[in-house]
Structure formats: structure tokens, C-alpha cells
Write a protein that binds this ligand. Structure first.
Ligand SMILES: [Zn+2]
Length: 360
């Protein structure tokens, strides 16, 4: 089988990896904070409160997204334990449940707004007035497309140029509305459903955005530059506070070079991911969605080859890789143990008949 390799040099072959403590943070991603919305996109107000108090009580510092991005991009030092809180879509329960708590704790936050729902006053979403009030409470707003479409899905008969023009219009329409209704905003973009491919990533970059997915992992300067920076998604299935601690205190995997099969698959297959890591990472533990722990082969040059034993499932799935951190050797100051390097690689597989999977 012909294998197409996407080859990305992350840090350059000879470039030294930065001291970790100088340049990383963790971005949390939520949709609903409510007990009356779908569990797959919701955390309860009680769980959200527990997570926020955990951050407050354990030495974390919550920054606005713009502050973390600016510090990482300009190599300004970032203290260990910086966390950013983000909400996608602009649901009304963020205003009624999350925002008052965040204001009490003096935690800033960002809302990625799908502008059509807000603009037509759809039930369950905030209004422009309410979003302007959130801005007064320490909320940043950013772009999440106009109609919250599946960006990868072409319309019947649509060619590549038409498809990209439609996506550009989605981004620019949301941009125009955000500017008109709420003023200037940082040019940040979150892909709906965390779905993208190289064409989409390039388009969003060309529109001047720093863009975020929904795959787990800590963020550094390289992740921002990739156009598909990770965020840790949370929902009712991630209620375990130990897991929350591990995610919130994670650090980026020091990747020197990454080779990966394309993200989008239209056949059953076992995508291969190769990570060349800095020497301080001695072992790598990886899991594939629905397949549990998967074999990682270590090669010369601290190269780790990751491949699931069985075909990835239809839909979005991930290889999730972690490695233990020697916090002392890394100079990390947060008094929490254990700490993990964390990297997630996303795959998307269409149905075997060539159609897209339904969204659950
Ligand atoms: Zn969304």
C-alpha cells in the first residue's frame, strides 16, 4: 500500500529544545456547564466548581488566552502551572453558571463564538448584549465560524476552490459580526468539532488566526505555530479529579521531529505516528481510542513509532501519548506529583461507503 507521509520538522534537527519551565501552559475546553444538556458536551456546575477550586487551591495561575499566547510567541517566561479556561459555542449556561464563579475567583476566560446562533437569537445561546457583559467580567471572545459547520465536509458537486471559498466566508462572516457587535478581539479560532486537515489549517492561518483543536495536550510555542494547538476537552465522562490534576499539570512532549500519516482516512487502516523526542524522555505510553494501550517501538535516535494494532474506528479518534516527567530535573515548581508529558494525535475516518459519519 502506498503510504503518504506528512513530514513535519517541529524543532529542527539540531535546534535545542527550550527549557520547559520557560514555555508551556494548559488550555481547558468546555461546552456546557449544566445538568440539563448532553453529557458528552457538558460538565455539571458542581464538577466545574470542584475543578476551578482545585486550580485555586493547588498553585495554578489562570491567565487569559491572549496572555499565554503572547508570552509563548515572544519567548517571555511563563511560570509553571499556567492554565487557560475556554468555552466553545457561546451557550447561555456559561453566562448563568460558569461566569459568576469565574468572576468570584478572578479567573479570566475565553468564549469561542459560533456567531449565527447568537445573531439570530437562537434559544440556549447568549445574545450579543450578554456577550458584551461577559467581556466586562473578564471574558475574551473569539471566532468559532458563523454556522458551526463540519469544515471538512464538501457539499455535493463542490470543487476544492468552491469549498475553500465557502470556508473563508464562514470565518470572515463570524469575524465581521464579532467586530461589529463586540469590538476588536484577539484573532483566535477554534475548529468546530476539532476537525481540520492541512488545507483548512493553512486557510485559517492565512486569515491571520492562531487556531485550536479539541485534542488533549499541553501547549508551547511550536504547538501554537502548528495551527492546530491542543486543548483538554472536559465533559461528564471526565469527572475524576486525579485525571483532572494530571491534565492541568501536564507539560508538552519535547518533540524534535514528527512524521504522521494524514489525519483523514476513508478506508480501514492503522495510522503510523513517529515521534523523535528529546533524550530526557526515556519511555512513551500510548493509548488508541477504543483499543486501549498500544505498542510503542523505540528506535535509534530516541524515535518512538506508534501504531494501533487494529483499524481506527469511523469518526474522530486519537492516539494519546504520555511519559513521566522528572519535575525536579525539569525545574518545575508546582508542588504536584506525578507530572506527565502529554501529546495527542487525532485521526478522522469516513464511513466505508465514502459518506460522513453522523454527529452523535
Ligand atoms: Zn463548537
Amino acid at each position: 500500500m502506498l503510504r503518504i507521509i506528512l513530514f513535519i520538522v517541529v524543532n529542527g534537527l539540531s535546534g535545542a529544545v527550550q527549557a520547559l519551565a520557560a514555555g508551556h501552559g494548559v488550555i481547558l475546553q468546555y461546552h456546557h456547564v449544566s445538568e440539563r444538556t448532553p453529557p458528552s458536551t457538558s460538565v455539571s456546575p458542581a464538577l466545574f466548581e470542584r475543578q476551578m477550586h482545585f486550580l485555586k487551591d493547588n498553585g495554578f495561575t489562570v491567565w487569559p488566552l491572549s496572555r499565554l499566547v503572547e508570552h509563548l510567541q515572544t519567548d517571555k517566561p511563563v511560570p509553571d502551572g499556567v492554565v487557560v479556561i475556554t468555552f466553545d459555542d457561546a451557550y447561555d449556561n456559561i453566562r448563568t453558571t460558569a461566569a459568576p464563579l469565574l468572576q468570584r475567583l478572578e479567573f479570566p476566560f475565553t468564549v469561542f463564538v459560533a456567531t449565527s446562533f447568537v445573531d439570530k437569537g437562537q434559544r440556549g445561546y447568549m445574545s450579543w448584549n450578554q456577550l458584551r457583559e461577559l467581556q466586562q467580567m473578564g471574558g475574551e471572545l473569539a471566532n468559532h465560524t458563523h454556522t458551526h459547520l463540519h469544515m471538512l465536509r464538501r457539499l455535493r458537486g463542490e470543487d476544492r476552490a468552491q469549498w475553500l471559498a465557502r470556508l473563508r466566508d464562514e470565518i470572515d462572516t463570524a469575524d465581521g459580526l464579532l467586530q461589529k457587535e463586540t469590538g476588536a478581539y484577539p484573532r483566535y479560532f477554534a475548529y468546530p468539532y476539532g476537525e481540520a486537515d492541512d488545507d483548512i489549517i493553512a486557510l485559517v492561518k492565512e486569515r491571520g488566526y492562531i487556531a485550536f483543536g479539541q485534542q488533549s495536550g499541553a501547549v508551547n510555542k511550536d504547538a501554537l505555530a502548528s495551527g492546530f494547538a491542543p486543548r483538554f476537552p472536559f465533559n461528564a465522562h471526565y469527572a475524576d479529579m486525579t485525571e483532572f490534576q494530571h491534565k492541568a499539570s501536564s507539560v508538552p512532549l519535547p518533540i524534535r521531529q514528527r512524521e504522521a500519516d494524514p489525519m483523514l482516512w476513508s478506508i480501514a487502516g492503522k495510522p503510523r505516528l513517529t515521534l523523535s523526542l528529546d533524550a530526557r524522555v526515556k519511555q512513551l505510553n500510548c493509548f488508541a481510542s477504543g483499543q486501549g494501550a498500544i505498542t510503542v517501538t523505540k528506535e535509534e535516535g530516541n524515535r518512538f513509532v506508534v501504531q494501533a494494532p487494529g483499524a481506527i474506528p469511523v469518526g474522530r479518534s486519537r492516539y494519546n501519548c504520555t511519559a513521566p516527567v522528572d519535575a525536579k530535573a525539569e525545574g518545575l515548581s508546582l508542588p504536584l506529583q506525578p507530572r506527565f508529558y502529554w501529546y495527542t494525535h487525532q485521526w478522522i475516518r469516513k464511513r466505508d461507503d465514502g459518506n460522513w459519519y453522523p454527529e452523535s
